[in-house]
Design a protein around this ligand. Structure first.
Ligand code: ADP
Ligand code: MG
Length: 244
């Protein structure tokens, strides 16, 4: 055993579109896997299968040994933190309340204190941030708050959907360092979506390359570079080199 997350032959279609085509992937306890691939390749769909925001048409999804189709979705969301692609902060709620949401839904003890702890973990001062509206934060602060929200209920596992996507290079580098520290400190298991190969190499133990709903290769960064398994992976590597 030992896998924190496992997808086995998971498929999902939307009408004629095959979003996931028999995808099998395991993320070990404490491991960070980066899902990389172009827009529309199925990254978000796969991520959402792990917290039951999407139910696959076929295949099995397992979280910490439990088949998610038989798990309570609310309990699952306590165990598995989620940073959606847009950050997911509710615009009409102050940051503190946003971050306290999952602990509150779960009936945990003292959600505001858990929210303060989570804000500190991501480098935000609760005294300065808790009463502000999401729109009053910078892009980087908002992404930090979104990560805090995913961590507030102290999950073992986090799913992050392009968490550092729309940020300038310096802010992005800061957040990447924070993420590396958090993973060390909390021994988090993470599945992280990115379209940036350099980010995947920096943050992940293994990289999973998706293309048209299929998983093309899953390998540590060095192995991916040295032994690309398919023509698509070679193209991806070549393109990343051109861009820098
Ligand atoms: P990615 O995150 O890699 O950009 P997605 O998983 O969001 O890709 O989407 C994979 C494919 O499935 C795309 O063609 C997308 O348009 C389609 N898709 C995703 N979600 C839905 C949905 N709720 N309804 C219809 N089509 C969807
Ligand atoms: Mg996506």
């Amino acid at each position: 055993m030992g896998a924190a997350l496992a997808a086995r032959e998971v498929s999902k279609r939307y009408g004629a579109i095959v979003a996931l085509d028999r995808v099998s992937l395991e993320v070990r306890q404490g491991e960070c896997v980066a899902l990389i691939g172009e827009s529309g390749s199925g990254k978000t769909t796969l991520l959402r299968c792990f917290n039951r925001l999407t139910d696959p048409d076929a295949g099995v999804v397992v979280v910490q040994g439990d088949d998610v189709s038989a798990s309570d979705p609310v309990d699952l969301r306590r165990r598995v933190g989620y940073v959606p692609q847009d950050g997911g902060l509710l615009p009409h709620w102050p940051i503190g309340r946003n971050v306290a949401l999952v602990p509150w839904l779960r009936g945990m003890n003292d959600p505001p204190a858990l929210a303060d702890q989570a804000l500190r973990l991501v480098g935000l001062d609760p005294a300065a941030m808790a009463n502000r509206w999401p729109r009053e934060l910078s892009g980087g602060q908002r992404q930090r708050a979104a990560v805090a929200r995913a961590l507030a209920a102290r999950p073992d596992i986090v799913l992050l959907d392009e968490p550092f996507g729309a940020l300038d290079a310096i802010t992005r580098a800061d957040l990447q360092s924070t993420f590396l520290e958090l993973r060390r400190e909390l021994a988090l298991t993470a599945l992280l979506v990115t379209h940036d190969l350099a980010e995947a190499c920096l943050l992940a133990d293994r990289i999973a390359v998706m293309h048209q709903g299929r998983l093309e290769q899953v390998a540590p960064p060095g192995e991916l570079r040295e032994a690309p398994a398919t023509a698509y992976v070679r193209t991806l590597l070549a393109r990343a080199r051109v861009v820098g």
